[in-house]
Design a protein around this ligand. Structure first.
Ligand SMILES: C[S@@+](CC[C@H](N)C(=O)[O-])C[C@H]1O[C@@H](n2cnc3c(N)ncnc32)[C@H](O)[C@@H]1O
Length: 298
């Protein structure tokens, strides 16, 4: 497969959804351990959104080998023969297995860098075996063109948690309009944000932070989850590459427990037909994911 071109609708990307630079002042205001790192390293520390250009590269390196949701998702779309729209497709962790299974996928993401990585993966010799087709679109999921209908829409990796309640209402209404009659929306969320990580939280000097440090090929990254008072989580990655300055990447996720997600999908006119559990590696202290299937009226 040759690398597909990336269609850019980036003028429509909401800058607050994918802000390239968080800025050092906001860095100092980060809660818990992340804020302490910012204050300790001072104004030289680069602080950016998790899905900025550099953040996207780190995100890809961190998640490329993660197989969570893939088997379940491919099974849930097993009988889908029409076009599939994958929202927030990133560097293709879920896209590539869907295309390998023979689906024609349109992948949408607001990160130009993650889409470039995905296009590069599609141009690798191993991608010649892929049976389906791929189109890539750089756009905000809240500004999707509504000129095509899909048999399935996918929003995996619990990315629904990047949106607040009003944004989810807007997105689910758009998904309703994007689906063919009887079409399927498959969306994942975390089972419970409050229980996630219970037992591994560091309640000591850094407050309620869950901290996991991982060595990558040429760098070390410390992932910090901080539970905010309003139920949101602040996710921060402190990245220390060999021979380059450290950077801190950050993003916030909203709590969207399965019962809330089900109620919101129902309110958008979609009928929830299945809920599938996705176990995650226990050492990450992240709890389980849930994949929910909701159908458009036929
Ligand atoms: C948790 S990652 C999931 C990526 C990929 N689906 C995976 O499984 O690895 C969230 C993705 O959402 C994208 N994203 C964040 N906000 C977005 C928005 N408003 N519109 C489109 N994509 C967005 C990010 O660039 C990132 O690729």
């Amino acid at each position: 497969m040759t690398a597909p071109p990336i269609t850019s609708l980036s003028a429509q990307v909401d800058p607050s959804a994918a802000s390239p630079s968080v800025g050092v002042r906001q860095g100092w205001q980060l809660p818990g351990l992340a804020g302490r790192i910012c204050r300790a390293l001072g104004p030289d520390l680069l602080v950016e959104d998790l899905y900025s250009e550099h953040g996207s590269r780190l995100y890809h390196e961190l998640t490329a080998a993660d197989t969570a949701e893939i088997g379940q998702l491919v099974r849930l779309l097993g009988d889908v023969t029409g076009p599939v729209l994958e929202l927030a497709c990133g560097s293709g962790r879920l896209t590539l297995p869907l295309v390998a299974a023979g689906h024609d996928v349109t992948g949408v993401d607001s990160s130009a860098e993650l889409l470039r990585i995905l296009a590069g993966r599609l141009a690798e010799p191993t991608a010649a075996r892929l049976r389906g087709t791929v189109a890539l679109v750089e756009a905000d999921v809240l500004a999707l063109p509504l000129n095509r209908r899909y048999q399935a829409v996918v929003l995996g990796a619990t990315s629904v948690r990047l949106l607040d309640g009003a944004q989810r209402r807007e997105l689910f209404s758009a998904v309703h309009d994007l689906l063919l009659p009887g079409g399927r929306f498959v969306v994942s969320t975390a089972r419970s944000t409050d229980e996630a990580g219970a037992g591994s939280a560091d309640q000591g000097q850094h407050g309620p932070d869950i901290v996991v440090t991982t060595a990558l090929a040429d760098s070390v990254v410390t992932l910090i989850q901080h539970l905010l008072g309003d139920g949101r989580r602040r996710i921060t990655a402190f990245h220390v590459p060999t021979g380059a300055p450290p950077r801190l990447f950050t993003s916030a996720v909203h709590p969207v427990p399965p019962d809330v997600l089900q109620a919101e999908l129902t309110a958008a006119g979609l009928r929830v037909t299945a809920t599938v559990s996705v176990p995650l590696p226990s050492h990450l202290g992240l709890g389980d994911d849930v994949l929910m299937v909701a159908e458009a009226p036929s």
